[in-house]
Design a protein around this ligand. Structure first.
Ligand code: NAP
Length: 251
């Protein structure tokens, strides 16, 4: 499909995009590619050093003159006052946000529900879905200030069929798709669009540490970037309420 090829240069210029989990894996690569295509960035992560390295990498490559703000936040401990502070910091540099990529997630433990730690279950829900709710709630006014805002959430193959022994992660990804559908309905008559990306099987820290003996072919993070770029660009303004499955779209 042509629209999932790498697009012409700078088609995200004048856009400001916030990425969660920007310090590693898919979020790091998406941040690099968004800058490569001209976007200003707000990078969220729990490790300031790693975020600074991503920022330096982007600035060293000197793609374009992009502005990059980094914000250290552990999504495990996110609350309303941290969100208010984030909004205040963003407003010092940017009048609005054009896009949010909710990308950060944790897998939790590998255990059947009968043995699943209730603390870990709660933590997975805090990072994977409660933070998505809070960040969306507080950032929506900034998105609504922009024209054609795009909110992307991150789903997974586990939603196709409940994945045994990954109960919290799987349930949080079902909730992610539910959240996307609700938000899509709430903004149906606005220019804001809300979609999920299911990245498929991608070679990242999360994948390698959790599925060590996996034999199936894995995407490199950069291979799935056309979908991440498409959904942040104005090419996708008519798309909302959908799940974009990279395994089906990127051949
Ligand atoms: P990853 O390599 O583990 O990266 C996850 C990112 O989230 C990292 O930047 C990590 O920060 C950040 N993060 C984790 N916990 C956080 C917290 N408490 N507060 C703030 N940031 C936190 O994972 P990935 O494979 O790129 O996954 C990205 C997204 O794709 C996730 O939503 C995942 O569920 C989804 N996904 C991935 C695959 C796959 O095959 N890789 C398949 C389906 C769906 P640190 O750098 O500090 O660890």
């Amino acid at each position: 499909m042509n629209k999932y090829c790498f697009p012409k240069k700078k088609f995200l210029s004048k856009k400001t995009i916030l990425v969660t989990g920007a310090s590693d894996g898919i979020g790091k690569t998406a941040s690099i590619y968004y800058a490569k295509y001209g976007a200003n960035l707000i990078l969220l992560g729990r490790n300031l050093n790693k975020l600074q390295q991503v920022k330096s990498h982007i600035l060293e490559k000197c793609f374009f003159r992009v502005e990059i703000q980094i914000f250290e936040i552990d999504l495990l401990n996110i609350n309303e006052s941290k969100c208010l502070h984030l909004v205040k910091v963003i407003k010092n540099s940017f009048p609005y946000i054009n896009g949010i990529l909710h990308n950060a997630s944790i897998l939790g433990e590998n255990n059947p529900i009968i043995n699943y730690s209730s603390v870990i279950w709660q933590n997975v829900f805090k990072v994977n879905i409660y933070s998505v709710f809070l960040l969306t709630k507080f950032l929506l006014p900034l998105i609504l200030e922009s024209v054609n805002g795009s909110i992307i959430l991150t789903s997974s193959n586990v939603v196709k069929k409940g994945k045994a022994n990954l109960g919290a992660y799987t349930t949080s990804k079902f909730a992610t798709e539910g959240f996307m559908k609700v938000l899509h309905e709430e903004y149906r008559n606005s220019s804001v669009r809300v979609n999920c990306i299911n990245p498929g099987r991608v070679r990242t820290k999360m994948r390698i540490t959790s599925f060590q003996n996996e034999k199936k072919k894995l995407f490199l993070t950069r291979e799935i970037m056309p979908v991440y770029l498409y959904l942040m660009s104005d090419e996708s303004i008519k798309d909302s309420g959908k799940v974009f499955n990279c395994q089906e779209l990127i051949k």
